[in-house]
Design a binder for this molecule. Structure first.
Ligand code: 3PG
Length: 201
């Protein structure tokens, strides 16, 4: 399956923060066992790159990308480790250039018309809308979509099982990002993931 189809089919992109490398395998396995073989592993911890590498080796069936990527060095490192997509909290031209050169999907955080215009100028067709609830949630997304009818969004930040269906019902949203299923033990992650997948599928 093509990468974008995988994202659209699974409907949720879990935001994964791995504090210790030894947590990576049980956390990623819990996502797979819960029916969601997708992970955005964030560059917020020292072991992020190693966790991406380990995840790609141990779970080749998973769609693993890197999150919180803010510069070219991190983007190159993530791609070298096997990241299939790159997510950022905001738009970074140097990251867009690395992703374009290396043929990797880049989903930068964009919340204003100006940021979306910048993303379009780099040929991007999908942006993350982050932090979604703080920037007006679905109402803002709909207003932005009116001005940018071809743009698709990955809203992230403040999404939970209470509101995910409302977001997914809007056809400009390809999937929702979130961390609500990532709290607790691997068994709890698996259970929350399975519940989320039952809800959205
Ligand atoms: C993040 O970057 O931490 C994500 O936006 C997750 O947000 P959430 O914890 O509100 O799902």
């Amino acid at each position: 399956m093509q990468l974008l189809d995988q994202i659209k089919t699974n409907k949720i992109v879990p935001v994964v923060v791995i504090k210790e490398l030894s947590d990576a395998e049980p956390m990623l396995r819990a996502l797979c066992d819960g029916g969601l073989p997708v992970a955005e592993i964030t560059f917020r911890t020292a072991c992020a790159a190693d966790a991406i590498r380990l995840g790609c080796e141990k779970f080749p069936e998973m769609l693993i990308g890197a999150g919180t990527v803010i510069n070219a060095k991190q983007a190159n490192e993530a791609i070298d480790c096997g990241a299939k997509f790159i997510v950022g909290p905001g738009f970074a031209a140097e990251v867009a250039e690395v992703c374009r050169e290396r043929g990797v999907l880049y989903l930068p955080g964009c919340v204003t018309p100006t940021e979306i215009i910048t993303a379009i100028s780099y040929g991007l067709e999908i942006v993350k809308f982050f932090p979604c609830s703080n920037y007006g949630g679905l109402g803002t997304l709909k207003a932005l979509s009116a001005a940018f009818p071809t743009m698709k969004f990955l809203p992230t930040g403040g999404i939970s099982e209470e509101n995910v269906l409302e977001y997914l019902a809007f056809d400009k949203i390809i999937a929702c990002g979130g961390s609500w299923m990532m709290k607790g033990t691997p068994d709890e992650i698996k259970a929350k993931t399975a519940k989320a997948m039952a809800l959205v599928k």
